[in-house]
Ligand binder design. Structure first.
Ligand code: GRG
Length: 291
């Protein structure tokens, strides 16, 4: 197993090059996509994918294109979420948002481009692998990013704005908008490593609990965090009447709920062979994150 910084470095080194490897991308389109893609961020999803694959003894060079593709999908979702028609944000990853720099039309196209590039990269890698592991990993990532996953969660987030917050609605948003895209790397990383169905199931349970905890802490940071450290605006959820965990449960209970989700994530990892300490520690660190 490697450290977080080492997995992150593996991703940073090839991320823009993976995009460029698709061929003759119009210069303006590449610049717009790469502006957000290379802006940093924690790279949590690709790091999770590499670590999950490593945990079960998989081949990291096979997993790398899938890790990059997942970060492209995450970046597209941030670009589209920041648009005036959605969250209308000016600041992301410490930089002006994509549409502020390139205009709304190009920001929409950059998101479209990143999503389709991700699918193309994963399927190209799957063809090269020549067995079904890559296809299954691509399917898992696209499913969790898609119309029963992140997009479904975002729809509830957008349409629920201003409505009465209920636990049922907020749980649906957290599970799909956030937890699905944090489960995707574990599911895909395990599939690439040739995991059994039972192992994939335990990995998905870990991802779901980690994702719920991550979003609970995100909701807390929107109330209590620092914009300069987070690299994005804060205080917007309550102002926009967003359905958040804090709105339903209050800050104190949200902290306890997040702790419980982390406990369940760690418990799910206990059922697995291999060096699971990295994933356990990462789940625990979610509770203290300030970014
Ligand atoms: C546009 C279909 C569509 C979905 C958008 C990403 C998203 C869904 C909404 C952004 C707002 C939000 C709070 C999403 C929940 C997931 C989340 C906390 C995203 C931010 O992820 P980080 O903290 O960001 O991993 P970095 O910049 O570190 O990658």
């Amino acid at each position: 197993m490697k450290t977080y910084a080492e997995y992150l470095q593996m991703v940073e080194t090839v991320l823009s090059a993976q995009l460029a490897s698709l061929g003759q991308i119009p210069e303006k389109l590449f610049e717009t996509m790469d502006y957000s893609l290379s802006a940093g961020g924690k790279r949590l999803r690709p790091v999770l994918l590499l670590a999950a694959c490593d945990t079960l003894g998989g081949d990291l060079s096979e997993a790398l294109p899938f890790a990059c593709a997942l970060e492209m999908i995450h970046t597209y979702s941030l670009i589209h979420d920041d648009l005036p028609a959605m969250d209308n944000d000016d600041l992301r990853r410490g930089r002006p948002t994509n549409h502020k720099v390139f205009g709304e039309g190009m920001a929409i196209l950059a998101g479209d481009g990143l999503l389709s590039a991700a699918a193309e990269l994963m399927l190209r890698a799957a063809v090269q692998m020549g067995d079904l592991r890559g296809v299954r990993a691509a399917e898992a990532i696209l499913r969790r990013a898609g119309v029963t996953g992140m997009v479904a969660g975002q729809v509830m987030d957008v349409t629920g704005e201003g409505s009465t917050p209920t636990l049922e609605k907020v749980e649906y948003i957290h599970l799909h908008k956030t937890a699905d895209l944090l489960t995707a790397p574990i599911e895909a990383g395990f599939l690439l490593a040739g995991a059994t169905d039972e192992q994939v199931k335990a990995g998905c349970a870990y991802g779901m609990h980690l994702g719920l905890a991550f979003q609970m802490v995100d909701d807390l940071l929107d109330v209590e965090g620092e914009s300069a450290v987070l690299g994005k605006s804060i205080g917007k959820d309550a102002a926009a009447g967003k359905l958040t965990w804090v709105a339903v449960r209050g800050a104190e209970q949200t902290r306890d709920d997040a702790k419980e989700q982390v406990r369940l994530a760690v418990e799910a990892m206990n059922m697995l062979p291999g060096e699971t300490n990295f994933l356990k520690t990462l789940a625990q660190s979610t509770l203290n994150r300030v970014q």
